[in-house]
Design a protein around this ligand. Structure first.
Ligand SMILES: [Zn+2]
Length: 270
């Protein structure tokens, strides 16, 4: 199956009037904001006009063009949050107005609840992240559809699965598997979807919480790529990357667990 949108369709869907305004002010043609790596897959998400005092150049907080740039932008924000020096970008009234006509998030963030708020821990603002959250980042059809929407319609070049230590969903699943602790209602559905990760970690002889969390993150990334052809093709085409990050509640760091469509040094993967 081909990438579901032709270049011109994506261009129309993704390039906002604000991007044209940037192009005009920079004196460059709009294609600056599109990748030219493949004629069949072109559009990149744009960021709208920077607010007062911000650079118009495609710097870290203006315009990610590649999955790598989006990833670095996300990690930069996390480092600011960890260091206690957040910049709170795109949280003002100007940004609020700017994103009314269109949204161009630079990342889809698929994460668990609730002690990690995406825009806070990555120090971003309005319209930057397309956030999808379920307990234990379990993915059913609606979730897969939402993530695909973020990538194929909104043009986000990065999908992040965000797990965290001391995850209640993983702990409840371990209890269900190891002690037979029952779960009622639809919570059972969450636990059933986390169970393969817990079983895999146990089969590998893991005992530490961090190992179970990492296994579940890897499993979720694998599931997204396995179930979603749209996502797999976007990664194959170099249009998007799918990465798994593990967030530590105590210090606020997000560590790389796995990456697809993004070359990272081996030592960067924990
Ligand atoms: Zn959790």
């Amino acid at each position: 199956m081909a990438w579901p949108y032709r270049a011109d369709q994506l261009r129309r869907a993704l390039r906002s009037r604000a991007e044209d305004a940037i192009a005009q002010r920079l004196g460059v043609p709009p294609p600056l904001f599109l990748t030219s790596s493949d004629a069949s897959v072109t559009a990149r998400p744009g960021r709208a006009v920077p607010g007062p005092g911000r650079s118009l150049l495609p710097m870290a907080d203006t315009q990610p063009l590649t999955p790598r740039e989006a990833f670095e932008m996300l990690l930069d924000g996390n480092q600011r949050f960890v260091a206690g020096v957040p910049e709170h970008p795109n949280q003002d009234a100007a940004r609020r107005t700017e994103i009314v006509p269109a949204q161009n998030p630079f990342a889809v963030l698929f994460g668990c609840y609730s002690r990690l708020a995406a825009e806070i821990i990555f120090d971003r603002g309005l319209g930057d992240l397309f956030v999808v959250r379920t307990a234990g980042h379990v993915a059913g059809p609606e979730v897969l559809g939402s993530i695909e929407y973020g990538v194929s319609v909104l043009g986000a070049p990065l999908v992040v699965v965000l797990g965290h230590d001391a995850c209640g969903a993983v702990a409840a699943t371990r209890s269900a598997v190891e002690d037979g602790t029952p779960a009622g209602g639809y919570v059972r559905d969450v636990i059933e979807r986390v169970t393969p990760s817990v079983l895999a970690a146990r089969a590998a002889g893991r005992t530490e919480d961090a190992d179970f969390i990492a296994e579940h993150i890897r499993h979720t990334v694998g599931l997204l790529l396995d179930r979603s052809r749209v996502l797999a093709q976007a990664v194959e085409a170099g249009q998007a990357a799918v990465v798994g990050l593990s967030y530590r509640l105590a210090d606020g760091t997000a560590r790389l667990v796995t990456a697809h469509g993004l070359e990272v040094p081996a030592h960067a993967v924990s």
